[in-house]
Write a protein that binds this ligand. Sequence first.
Ligand code: DQA
Length: 140
Amino acid sequence: MKKVLIINGPNMNMLGKRPKEHYGTLTLEELNERIREENHGFFELDFFQSNCEGALITKLQECIHYYGILINPASYTHSSIGIRDALDMCTGIKLEIHLSKVDEREDFRKVNYIRDVCDKTFSGKKEESYLEALRFLKKL
Ligand code: DQA
């Protein structure tokens, strides 16, 4: 079965307590459950979240040959060359995800080190951003 990593960065473990207008109401576990339901056994899913840059980089290195990676680097989107470089080495299909309309928010969120090493971006639709990305991957 093809393996897909769903990897989330800092503060994503606090979903449900973060500003709802940007991030919706689901907890991370509820979000992951929605993704599992959407997947319906199609891919082997590997879920990972960390608040630490190094842990995210190590996980990406471990998953370097996965078929697909759905990544929401959260605030590291705007600061991490290390995550970008790790992602660049990954050989599978890489999809950048954001719950919020990240390009329409503060100017500092317009800096994005991740986008050009990803194949496609899904953002601004809260949990639906992840579900759309998974559907996209299933159809390829
Ligand atoms: C986010 C957007 C980032 O700017 C922010 O730092 C996050 C979440 C999103 O999913 O909309 O933590 O990646």
